[in-house]
Design a protein around this ligand. Structure first.
Ligand SMILES: Cc1cc2nc3c(=O)[nH]c(=O)nc-3n(C[C@H](O)[C@H](O)[C@H](O)COP(=O)(O)OP(=O)(O)OC[C@H]3O[C@@H](n4cnc5c(N)ncnc54)[C@H](O)[C@@H]3O)c2cc1C
Length: 429
């Protein structure tokens, strides 16, 4: 074999440069492991979306000494979020300072900015290679190691690895090839979203659109989440019932914008100013559930959405992918020191630590989906009273905020919910 045809060898090959991959590589790079990250995207370009980095994600960035860099990027810091009914009446204010987290706030950011920070830090390690426009297509595994195959620039390439990691998202090719079983299905409803930029001089716009407050308007079969990712950039999500745009836009886009304008006065003008004038100008964001029985086989490990895509009601997907990386890093580095191919047996600890957490979040997200996405007027009344009750019982608010912060899953018990409902019903009368 000549030098030109020699196959490249790495300790770890990761398919997908998602947040889980980037976090994992940041934990392992200082230990000297040779890492190849492949991603089919051309780079970390803006996707014009906003996401919440919860206290869990912030604590991981702090551990990696990257939090200050994130805080230097455009972002909005949220100490609380407001939950309102469809008419804009406050049901509950959920404040991070009431929870049990190291940071009493979350950050809303455009995700590519965070990805760029993590990728930039990796560029100082010559043994870590990040290759864009590289489509992972397959792998083989035997006791000697794994061979990963990918396409780049019209060429098929192969690379040797001691473990292959799938951070290739909810439609993971690696998951499909490894035949790991479980639930992989879309939710009934999806979201529509868009990013809006305020004009440089926004002083003439109504105060509610200039306000950076995070607001969830939850009505019968309707959700409108409006928040900011910088002083000027706003982002919103709209529930798309049954993923049916025809029905949703039956009265035209103007009717939809008028409805949202009643909740956030000035919204319709801002949307039109940003070219939102037809259904096609909104992006549909489907929501998937991935809940597997196992995340690892010999030579293959899944992280992030590939292992556990979850409903955004818990605002956790990105944060849980980072937590996968934090938990996996020491377990994997130990396994890499002790042999050639990384076997499933040495990864059981990773699964044992992580799978119950994401499963509990799935249970919670499913319950929230049932209650938040409903159009049933009785459930809507119960939901609203329960929200009001939670807002009046600090112990229950603490449970909710602690779960959302990502630090610990502490869902409400049946008794908690009854207490909240009772308090909410009384407080209204
Ligand atoms: C509407 C909505 C709102 C959300 N809000 C939040 C939020 O506020 N907070 C939060 O924490 N999470 C949120 N999430 C979830 C979050 O977006 C995901 O959980 C997170 O991005 C998952 O990261 P990942 O690294 O697992 O996968 P991804 O971000 O999907 O990354 C996968 C990567 O793999 C690459 N890839 C795929 N296949 C291949 C292949 N064959 N070869 C090479 N590369 C490949 C893709 O190009 C991509 O870069 C939200 C999700 C939705 C839908």
């Amino acid at each position: 074999m000549t030098a030109e045809t020699r196959i490249e060898a790495f300790d770890i090959v990761i398919s997908g440069a998602g947040i889980g991959a980037l976090t994992l590589a940041n934990y392992l790079a200082p230990l000297g492991f040779r890492i190849l990250i492949l991603d089919r995207r051309p780079g970390f370009d803006p996707v014009y979306r906003g996401e919440l980095v919860q206290p869990l994600g912030l604590s991981i960035l702090e551990e990696l000494s990257l939090l200050d860099e994130l805080l230097a990027c455009p972002h909005t810091l949220y100490r609380s979020f407001d939950f309102l009914d469809e008419r804009g009446r406050l049901l509950m204010r959920s404040s991070y300072e009431r929870g049990e987290a190291p940071f009493p706030y979350a950050l809303a950011i455009e995700p590519h900015q965070m990805d760029q920070i993590l990728a930039k830090n990796l560029s100082s390690f010559p043994h870590v290679v990040l290759r864009h426009e590289s489509d992972f297509t397959g792998y083989t595994v035997d006791r000697g190691g794994a061979i990963a195959t990918y396409e780049r620039g019209g060429e098929t390439r192969q690379v040797l690895a001691r473990v292959i990691i799938g951070d290739d998202g909810r439609h993971s090719r690696i998951r499909e090839l490894s035949k790991l079983t479980g639930t992989v299905a879309p939710y009934q409803d999806s979201y529509l979203g868009a990013s809006l930029l305020l004009p440089e001089d926004a002083s003439r716009l109504p105060e509610p659109v200039r306000d950076t407050a995070g607001r969830y308007f939850i009505g019968p079969r309707s959700i409108f989440f409006f928040f900011s990712v910088s002083e000027r950039r706003r982002f919103f999500l709209l529930l798309l019932p049954d993923r049916n745009q025809e029905t949703f836009f039956a009265g035209g886009i103007d009717k939809v914008l008028a409805m949202l304008d009643r909740q956030v006065p000035g919204f319709a003008d801002l949307a039109r100013l940003n070219g939102v004038d037809s259904p096609e100008t909104l992006v549909e964001l489907p929501v998937w559930k991935v809940d597997l029985d196992q995340w690892c086989t010999d030579g293959v490990i899944l992280i992030g959405d590939a292992a556990h895509a979850m409903n955004p009601h818990v605002a956790q997907g990105r944060n849980q992918a980072m937590e996968d990386a934090r938990v996996l890093a020491p377990i994997l580095s130990k396994a890499l020191l002790s042999g050639s191919l990384v076997l499933r047996d040495s990864m059981v600890e990773y699964e044992k630590k992580r799978l119950p957490v994401t499963r509990a979040l799935h249970r919670l997200a499913d319950e929230m989906t049932l209650v938040w996405n409903t159009g049933n007027p009785f459930i809507v009344k119960v939901r609203e009273a329960t929200f009001r009750g939670i807002g009046r019982i600090p112990a229950l608010e603490r449970k909710i905020v602690t779960t959302i912060s990502g630090m610990k899953v502490t869902p409400l018990t049946s008794l908690d919910k009854l207490r909240a409902l009772g308090t909410g019903l009384i407080s209204r009368s």
